[in-house]
Design a protein around this ligand. Structure first.
Ligand SMILES: [Ca+2]
Length: 194
C-alpha cells in the first residue's frame, strides 16, 4: 500500500471512529441538494449531552408547520440511565416560550422522536438538555429540522413518501411519515396506528 493511501485510510478510520464515539454527526435523512419549494428551511444539528441550550438559528413564525426528526441517546451519568429525545430531558423553546415536543407513542428510552407540528409561537427555535449536572453526560441527539413553506399536509406527506421510495431502509423516514399521518389536521383522526 502506498504511503499516501495508507495515511488517507488512517485518517478516514480516525475520523469515522471520532464520529462514532462522539456520535450522530450525520443527518438522519439525505435531503436533495436543491430543496423543493415546499421547504422554507432545512438544518441538521447535533445536541450533545452537555448542551443546555442551543439556538438553531432557525426563526419560525407561529402557524408554520415544522418537522423535527431526532435520534440518539444521552446518558445522564451518575447511574440515572440513558434517555432518548422523546423523554423529558429534551426541551425546546420558541424564543422565550418553552414547548414540549414529546410525541406520542415513543418510549423515553426509545432513542428517537419524530414530530411534525404547527408552531405555537414565533421565535428562534432552541433545543437543550435538562439536567442539573450536564458535565458528565455522554451521547448526543441528531436532529433534522424542516420548516415547511407550505401548510398543505398532502404535499408534506408526499415529500416523505418520495424520500421513502428513494431510501426504503431508512427508519427515520418511515417513522416521520407515520407521525405526519397521525398529526395531520386535514384527515379524520387515525389513532389506531399507535
Ligand atoms: Ca448528568
Amino acid at each position: 500500500m502506498k504511503l499516501h493511501k495508507f495515511i488517507s485510510s488512517f485518517f478516514y478510520l480516525f475520523i469515522s471512529s471520532f464520529l462514532i464515539i462522539y456520535g450522530c454527526a450525520t443527518p438522519n435523512i439525505k435531503m436533495p441538494k436543491s430543496l423543493p419549494t415546499i421547504i422554507k428551511e432545512y438544518k441538521h444539528i447535533v445536541v450533545y449531552g452537555d448542551s443546555t441550550s442551543i439556538n438553531t438559528g432557525i426563526y419560525v413564525n407561529k402557524g408554520n408547520i415544522l418537522s423535527v426528526l431526532a435520534t440518539g441517546k444521552i446518558d445522564l451519568g451518575g447511574g440515572w440511565g440513558s434517555f432518548g429525545p422523546s423523554s423529558s430531558i429534551f426541551f425546546s423553546r420558541f424564543g422565550q416560550n418553552y414547548y414540549s415536543f414529546l410525541p406520542y407513542g415513543y418510549a423515553p428510552d426509545a432513542g428517537m422522536s419524530f414530530s411534525t407540528l404547527i408552531s405555537p409561537y414565533s421565535g428562534y427555535l432552541h433545543f437543550g438538555i435538562r439536567d442539573e449536572y450536564p458535565q458528565n453526560n455522554v451521547g448526543s441527539f441528531s436532529l433534522d429540522i424542516i420548516v415547511w413553506e407550505t401548510d398543505d399536509w398532502v404535499q408534506i406527506a408526499d415529500f416523505f413518501e418520495n424520500m421513502k421510495t428513494k431510501d426504503p431502509q431508512n427508519e427515520t423516514i418511515t417513522h416521520a411519515l407515520r407521525d405526519i399521518n397521525y398529526f395531520r389536521t386535514d384527515l379524520p383522526v387515525q389513532k389506531e396506528d399507535f
